[in-house]
Design a protein. Structure first.
Length: 357
């Protein structure tokens, strides 16, 4: 078998080359070339390397090119790593889209993987229904999901909340079809805050051209939404009475079924990764300003890969031209505590609803 065929199959050809060099030194270059079935030039090469570098020179040299013209600059690699650490919830596609990185999505992913910044997600073996077709059949603002989030369990946010008197609770309403999201902040989780929040959101939508009689609000069975679990069946909570007063349909999910509110829970996860975990707030005013910026970004600029890479604003414009889309997605975060203290927007229910409450 010829020399190159033998060495091709060997993981380390050092010993073979050493024997070939020793034969060339004792019996000559031509004899070694004939015996190992190779060229005189090959034998001369290894003899020369052995003479100049000793035994170590008989090992294979790396064949990687010393200069790669298309290799990513080290400064760009460093920037990608810094962006990933600052926005740990953003993958290669989103980093490239929002920071206009001059390299492919695959190259960004390679950098993240090489630096140990890719986290494997746990596989969910439970089979779930594909609800995308169901959601696609809805009209914009036909179904809103409303839920609350306790902010005290967010580790980076808790010290700021404690010492800078920031909100402790967040109410969120999200449109299922377009993903348009509205938030309100309160220091307490109670029926008053929930009622004021849903009224502000629905009145805003009505002012933008949404027919409230065609809107359905979905919630869980929290006491701030439906009242006490031991209340009389004929008794209506203030939250339910407000929806009735505005002509909005209210549906409740089954107990212990958080996946039914997955649209809002998804926003809570994204908001925690992209806002609470990375932002520092100088004071309460700065908190609301940054919250308004993030909500506006989420509703107007953040593309959803599950919705053909369109933002909520794009979908509202496309699916409901009769609605004032720019105004509809631009409601600022609602400071529920200040509204309660000033008695502004406090629901004034009709007498018949007050009796039912």
């Amino acid at each position: 078998m010829m020399y190159y065929q033998v060495t091709k199959k060997m993981s380390n050809a050092f010993d073979l080359r050493l024997r070939m060099v020793r034969m060339a030194q004792t019996e000559g270059i031509s004899a070694a070339a004939r015996y190992y079935r190779t060229t005189r030039r090959t034998v001369q090469k290894w003899v020369r390397r052995h003479r100049e570098g000793g035994l170590g020179a008989l090992q294979s040299r790396p064949r990687a090119p010393k200069r790669i013209p298309h290799k990513m600059p080290r400064e760009l690699e460093k920037k990608i790593v810094e962006l990933r650490k600052k926005y740990p919830g953003w993958g290669a596609r989103r980093l490239k889209t929002y920071f206009h990185l001059p390299c492919s999505q695959g190259a960004i992913y390679r950098v993240l993987r090489q630096n140990g910044l890719v986290h494997k997600r746990k596989k969910k073996w439970k089979k779930r229904r594909d609800l995308r077709k169901i959601k696609a059949a809805l009209k914009p603002f036909e179904k809103l999901i409303l839920d609350g989030k306790d902010l005290k369990d967010i580790e980076p946010y808790w010290p700021q909340m404690r010492f800078k008197r920031l909100p402790e609770y967040q109410y969120t309403a999200r449109d299922v079809r377009t993903g348009t999201t509205y938030v309100g902040f309160s220091e307490t989780k109670d029926s008053t805050s929930a009622t004021i929040f849903v009224r502000c959101v629905l009145e805003h939508l009505a002012a933008c051209g949404v027919d409230l009689s065609a809107v359905t609000v979905q919630t869980d069975n929290g006491s701030d939404l439906i009242g006490s679990a031991n209340k009389k069946p004929s008794t209506t909570s203030a939250f339910e009475a407000m929806l009735d007063f505005l002509g909005v349909t209210h549906v409740r999910i089954p107990p212990a079924s958080p996946t039914w509110n997955s649209d809002v829970e998804t926003f809570h996860r994204l908001c925690e990764d992209e806002f609470y975990d990375i932002e520092n707030f100088l004071d309460r005013r700065a908190f609301f300003e940054k919250a308004a910026t993030y909500q506006l970004f989420f509703n107007t600029e953040r593309k959803n890969s599950w919705k053909q890479d369109k933002s909520p604003l794009d979908l509202v414009r496309e699916l409901a031209p009769e609605i004032d889309a720019n105004r509809a997605v631009s409601l600022r975060p609602i400071a529920l505590g200040s509204l309660i203290q000033s008695a502004y927007h406090v629901p004034a229910l009709p007498t018949r609803l007050q009796r039912r409450s």
